[in-house]
Design a protein around this ligand. Structure first.
Ligand SMILES: C[S@@+](CC[C@H](N)C(=O)[O-])C[C@H]1O[C@@H](n2cnc3c(N)ncnc32)[C@H](O)[C@@H]1O
Length: 208
């Protein structure tokens, strides 16, 4: 998916790439790309253990692409313990009442840093998944699009990617909302018209 997006959207060479939420690095299995890994959780042994809302020590204007796959479920269950499910989905981040049961508060400080560390004409590729928390739908992809524009990006495309099955947890006994089996891949550029025009122009020539 990412390789196809580089070919389709990038107007400068994508490398070096910063993966700002590396986790197990599933995006890069089999890839030979020059990827700098960052994660707040040291257990994944990223090159940079750090908070992508601060990116301490990361130089400005260095990367052709920043990849972002933020947590999209809050800690599950009353005990707030950290199970395999939580770790796989990055569900270890505060998502309670003080954040309106939502994880979108993570985006603005990250977006500011992503803009800083990207080269001019650089590309932000973000995998965003909506969620249900505290019995309410949280439209993360809408928040992300608005916040990216507010941070000075141009969101030039949104791709809906279908999973093989819905996310499941044995904590979820009854469904009150449709099971989601999709996520959104967003591409956003640091330069407005160029990126928007290129995406339009390119889509006439090939399909993703
Ligand atoms: C959904 S997982 C990413 C999965 C990853 N794309 C993969 O392919 O394996 C989200 C990751 O973001 C990390 N994370 C959460 N908040 C972060 C922050 N503020 N800064 C850096 N990493 C963060 C979590 O530790 C978790 O590993």
């Amino acid at each position: 998916m990412l390789e196809a997006m580089f070919n389709f959207y990038a107007s400068i060479p994508p490398e070096p790439i910063l993966d700002a939420t590396f986790n197990a690095g599933r995006f890069w299995k089999g890839s030979k790309r020059d990827v700098v890994s960052m994660d707040i959780d040291p257990q994944y042994k990223p090159m940079i253990v750090g908070d992508n809302r601060e990116m301490v020590g990361v130089p400005s204007g260095k990367f052709g692409v920043v990849a972002y796959d933020p947590p999209h479920v809050g800690p599950q269950g009353r005990d707030k313990s950290c199970k395999k499910f939580d770790v796989d989905f990055g569900a270890t981040v505060e998502c309670g009442k003080e954040h309106n049961w939502n994880l979108s508060y993570l985006y603005p400080p990250f977006l500011k840093q992503a803009k800083r560390v990207l080269k001019p004409d650089g590309l932000l590729l973000a995998k965003i998944t909506d969620m249900v928390n505290n019995h309410r739908s949280k439209w993360a992809h809408c928040d992300f699009m608005r916040m990216a524009e507010e941070a000075g990006f141009t969101v030039c495309d949104v791709i809906i990617k279908i999973r093989s099955g819905p996310m499941v947890s044995n904590k979820w006994q009854n469904a009150h909302h449709a099971r989601k089996r999709h996520c959104f891949w967003m591409s956003a550029g640091t330069v407005m018209t160029v990126k928007a025009d290129r995406a339009g122009e390119t889509s006439r020539r090939r399909s993703l």
